[in-house]
Design a protein around this ligand. Structure first.
Ligand code: AHR
Length: 659
């Protein structure tokens, strides 16, 4: 009796809930037998820039900051322990013999004095893991007649010793010496102390500490947890090295790829242009060592199955900064850099630059298919330079596709100018940037629906919903922004014949060292998490499909009617229909999706949902998966799928077809 009344109550409640919260039923049709466009394998990719400590202090696993004393202040990041008048450290500059890495430190010990040391603070501390091995190395030279010993220790912020090792550099000229040891405890913000004992003087350079558990266990490699987060996205491409770092604040500090390959000791360090860009997030200790250089970027792309997409300086420094340009008659070295890069990536092992790649351990080509000319340039000066690059690159490498750009805004005078010019020049792929508020993303899901199909292809190269305001430190990686991006991305996917590459930006941010927010992945020295925006990207990228299917509500694409957005693809490899459905409203919505095609859908499907009633929800280091996709099996009746879309939700549904 009791059971029956409970049951009746449940039914009444469910009916009430349904009538109260659903606005109306929506009939959406998907034509499953007639794909309307091809989805490029490159469709969803990643944008890598060394901003927010993404490379140095981030994915590049080096733990020592200012390892070669080349920062503007040679001892930045270092502390001298127990100095006295006769014992000390002197910075020597040998720019004539070693112009790329001129400075080194000389430690002089006084006879009978207690030990003396140098301490490195790492990048906002060093993350040390109990049981993990650490590899300490340096270039050292005992000054004639000296015998200086080194004692290495890792010390936590509480003063606990996390690991120790001893090292005695041999006599003679500069030599690399190293030692590995196992950490005995975990620390979030350890320091590296190096104690010197003995007599005489010791010269030091390239003082380095790497964890043993790098990605693929490569010595001097990348942080495995961060690479794994990228690999999990299954990205179609990796765009590198930026972003504004491509351009530099001035031409002098632009990214020059040739200076980032070859022997690590010879890669000339420069200031990172994000160093003091924002007063509110100033990071004067931010430099680019290029330990993560072009070889490493190509290798990363290869490791995670993505196409490499390098972007090169076109002879224009950042137009938000100095806006310096190279005169047109002096553009030749910049163009040569582009041509040589293609040879570095694809050339035979005996070609000049193919040989450099081969010597770095990669005789096989990297199979570069695309190259970007300039990052975020605008104005007539860009078009003039682009034309010269385009001619030179295509004359020598006609099959390499060139990416050009329309500047920082998705509309306006500069955008329109660049867009018209590039269209007239038959540009191949054009990069558009959208750092806009969530409302813009919701309103622009139809941006490419009526796009001129005879024009260039689109690279949605940098986008993120910024709330409360564009490029403000208060901006959050919350569900409001991610849901708006998910809605907008239905429009990118629906127009995959035009939109061929897309990447959220920026990619990484160190929790204590960032300059720009929002960002896709946040990390500290030991851990990392994907934001809610990351999960939106992942749901698209992992459910890409190979062809676009038409998906209509009352004969129109679903671009915000009653807060609904949708797109559909078909995956030729798995024979599945993939639906993406977004409910951007505060009420649940019931949709009937009718699959119109010759094949019958299976009666079970896989639903993956990302949802939260609270638009301020975000993930954090403490709660890395507070909001993440949840999977379940659902049932389909014949050719109609009835689905209730929860308020503020993004659903992906994969449906097999019956034969
Ligand atoms: O993603 C951060 C910056 O935004 C990029 O460096 C630049 O291209 C854009 O202005």
């Amino acid at each position: 009796m009791q059971l029956r009344s409970n049951f009746t109550l449940t039914i009444i409640c469910s009916l009430l809930w349904a009538t109260v919260t659903f606005s109306q039923e929506h009939l959406i049709t998907v034509n499953t037998s007639k794909p309307v466009a091809t989805v490029q394998p490159t469709m969803w990719g990643i944008f890598f820039e060394d901003i927010n400590f993404a490379a140095d202090g981030g994915i590049y696993a080096e733990l020592v900051k200012n390892r070669s004393f080349e920062f503007s202040k040679p001892l930045m990041g270092w502390k001298i322990m127990k100095p006295d008048t006769t014992t000390g450290v002197m910075i020597i500059n040998q720019s004539q013999t070693n112009p790329n890495n001129p400075r080194y430190a000389r430690i002089t010990l006084a006879h009978g004095e207690p030990s003396f040391g140098l301490s490195n603070e790492g990048f906002r501390g060093m993350g040390i893991k109990k049981g993990n091995s650490y590899h300490f190395s340096l270039l050292a030279r005992q000054v004639e007649g000296s015998k200086v010993k080194m004692r290495i220790e890792l010390i936590s912020s509480k003063g606990e010793v996390n690991g120790t090792a001893n090292l005695v550099p041999v006599a003679g000229n500069w030599k690399k010496c190293d030692v590995s040891f196992i950490a005995t405890s975990t620390a979030q913000k350890a320091r590296l102390n190096i104690w010197f004992e003995g007599e005489g003087a010791l010269d030091l350079d390239m003082i380095s500490l790497f964890p043993g558990d790098t990605w693929k266990n490569r010595p001097g490699g990348l942080r495995a947890d961060l690479v794994q987060l990228l690999a999990d996205l299954k990205p179609g491409f990796v765009r590198f090295p930026g972003g504004c770092v491509v351009e530099g604040r001035e031409l002098e500090t632009r990214y020059q790829w040739k200076k980032t390959v070859g022997n690590i000791d010879d890669r000339k360090l420069i200031v990172n242009r994000w160093n003091t860009e924002f007063k509110h997030r100033s990071t004067p200790d931010y430099f680019q060592t290029f330990g993560m250089g072009f070889f490493e970027y190509f290798q990363l792309a290869e490791d995670i199955g993505a196409e490499p997409l390098p972007i090169l300086s076109c002879g224009m420094a950042c137009q938000f900064n100095t806006a310096e340009v190279v005169p047109l008659d002096q553009l030749e070295p910049y163009i040569q850099d582009a041509l040589d890069l293609i040879e570095f990536a694809n050339g035979e092992p005996d070609s000049k630059w193919g040989k450099v790649r081969t010597q770095m351990g990669h005789p096989a080509p990297f199979n570069l298919k695309m190259i970007g000319v300039g990052n975020e340039q605008w104005g007539a000066q860009y078009i003039e330079r682009y034309k010269i690059f385009e001619k030179a690159i295509h004359e020598k490498y006609p099959s390499v596709r060139i990416v050009s750009g329309t500047g920082p805004s998705p509309s306006g005078k500069n955008f329109d100018f660049a867009s018209n010019e590039l269209k007239n020049l038959n540009a191949q792929i054009v990069d558009e940037h959208y750092y806009m508020n969530p409302e813009w993303f919701l309103k622009n899901a139809n941006r490419y629906d009526n796009y001129d199909r005879n024009s260039y292809k689109i690279f949605a190269g940098e986008y993120a919903a910024h709330s409360p305001k564009t490029v403000q430190p208060e901006n959050q990686n919350n569900w409001q922004s991610a849901l708006a991006e998910a809605a907008f991305m239905t429009g990118l996917e629906r127009n995959a014949d035009v939109v061929q590459l897309c990447s959220y930006a920026p990619l990484f941010a160190h929790i204590d060292g960032w300059q720009w927010a929002p960002d896709l992945i946040w990390f500290d020295n030991l851990n990392a998490f994907g934001t809610v925006n990351y999960y939106v990207q992942k749901m698209y990228s992992n459910n890409k499909g190979t062809e676009v299917l038409s998906m209509l509500l009352a004969n129109k694409p679903v671009t915000g009617q009653d807060g609904l957005y949708s797109s559909a693809t078909f995956d030729r490899h798995s024979d599945e229909i993939i639906l993406k459905l977004i409910n951007s409203g505060a009420q649940a919505q019931s949709v009937n999706v009718r699959m119109e095609g010759s094949k019958k859908p299976a009666n079970k499907a896989k639903l993956t949902v990302l949802k939260s009633d609270d638009l301020t929800t975000s993930n954090s280091l403490e709660h890395p998966t507070r909001l993440c996709p949840v999977e379940q099996e659902i049932t389909i009746n014949g050719k109609i799928l009835n689905q209730v879309l929860a308020p503020y939700s993004f659903s992906v549904i994969r449906i097999k077809q019956q034969h």
